[in-house]
Design a protein around this ligand. Structure first.
Ligand code: AKB
Length: 332
């Protein structure tokens, strides 16, 4: 009887191990909950652990495994990886561009020291590691229209500097230690049921909420500020696709991905198709404007399209329709 139950135990663990065991750090930011939902559909609810240092809302807590993980605590992170037999790690903990400028020491700790912990644990435990990078990894001396994968990267924010560092360190660990590091440079991400925190592209999310609630939106960027953007479903799809891509398909380890580029003025025109009375005004925040002015206007993602078949589903019109169908334009 003992032997039989041991055998069935092993067969259960064996079949479960066909799926990756996933940990998502910084899981309560704009992207983690949506990513967990997508991965749980594919790999099973209990194979995907969401983590953060904050307390989750009840619906997040009850939708699947959630644990406390502090990426600055090496031992805590290592214990979680070992105890849960983690094989894939999505490292989403980071301070974004605007909030990073407001607290450089914290951004340096989270975005750089935290990354070092994650890299060491991933290399030591043979994990497949995804780290998001960003359009913010480029700077004023990069070509901006379009911005290719390989060009000058001299960002002027601590966020951008930390992301260039992450790209280079991940690639170094890949070539030096064989770490299966995969990285996408995200544009500004737009989502309906989660909020970004402290970024430069956040206006493109806030405009929908304010248009519905008040019919007014005050934008902190100039009307002609063009930035690459993407709907969250495309972003999460690309993230899963690069993690599942066969290693032989990847000619690089860090790829630009893109879907659309627009200015606040162009977004407002599209939003006005749903809220015609929307009153736009502009009150430029010099810090965020300077950041935006140093970032790509259009992102060249031809390598991602060629190597692993990246293709976006949402353009500007589709994005705006989808946002209003989630948020409900008549909920005022
Ligand atoms: C930010 O605005 O800081 C982020 C990003 C583009 O990386 N949304």
């Amino acid at each position: 009887r003992q032997v039989a139950s041991d055998a069935s135990f092993h067969s259960v663990t064996f079949s479960e191990s066909n799926h990756p065991r996933v940990l998502i750090t910084g899981g309560l930011g704009q992207l983690g909950v949506g990513l967990a939902k997508l991965l749980r559909k594919r790999f099973g609810k209990n194979n995907v652990i969401l983590s953060d240092i904050r307390k989750p809302a009840d619906n997040v807590f009850y939708s699947g495994p959630f644990i406390f993980a502090d990426i600055l605590d090496y031992k805590n992170l290592r214990e979680i990886v070992v105890n849960n037999r983690i094989t894939w790690l999505f490292h989403y903990s980071a301070l974004l561009s605007a909030v990073g400028e407001a607290n450089v020491p914290l951004a340096r700790a989270v975005n750089i020291t935290g990354l070092h912990n994650v890299l060491d644990i991933a290399a030591e435990h043979n994990l497949r590691l995804f780290v998001p990078s960003t359009i913010g990894a480029f700077g004023p001396t990069s070509p901006r229209d379009p911005t290719p994968d390989l060009c000058i990267q001299r960002p002027r924010t601590i966020y951008g500097v930390s992301k260039v560092h992450a790209e280079l360190m991940g690639e170094y660990y890949h070539y030096r230690y064989g770490l299966d590091f995969r990285c996408l440079r995200y544009p500004g991400i737009i989502s309906a049921d989660s909020q970004p925190g402290g970024g430069t592209t956040d206006y493109a999310v806030q405009i929908f909420h304010d248009a519905i609630k008040t019919g007014k939106f005050k934008c902190y960027l100039r009307p002609d500020t063009r930035l690459p953007m993407m709907y969250i479903d495309d972003c999460l799809k690309a993230t899963l696709e690069i993690m599942e891509a066969p290693a032989e398909a990847l000619t690089m380890r860090t790829y630009n991905i893109s879907a659309m580029s627009f200015t606040p003025e162009e977004l407002a025109q599209e939003v006005q198709k749903y809220v015609p009375e929307l009153e736009m005004s502009y009150n430029v925040d010099q810090v965020r404007q300077a950041i935006a002015d140093s970032w790509p206007m259009n992102f060249d993602d031809s390598n991602a399209r060629r190597d692993w078949g990246w293709k976006h589903d949402y353009d500007l019109a589709e994005l705006v329709t989808t946002m209003f169908s989630y948020l409900g334009s008549d909920s005022r």
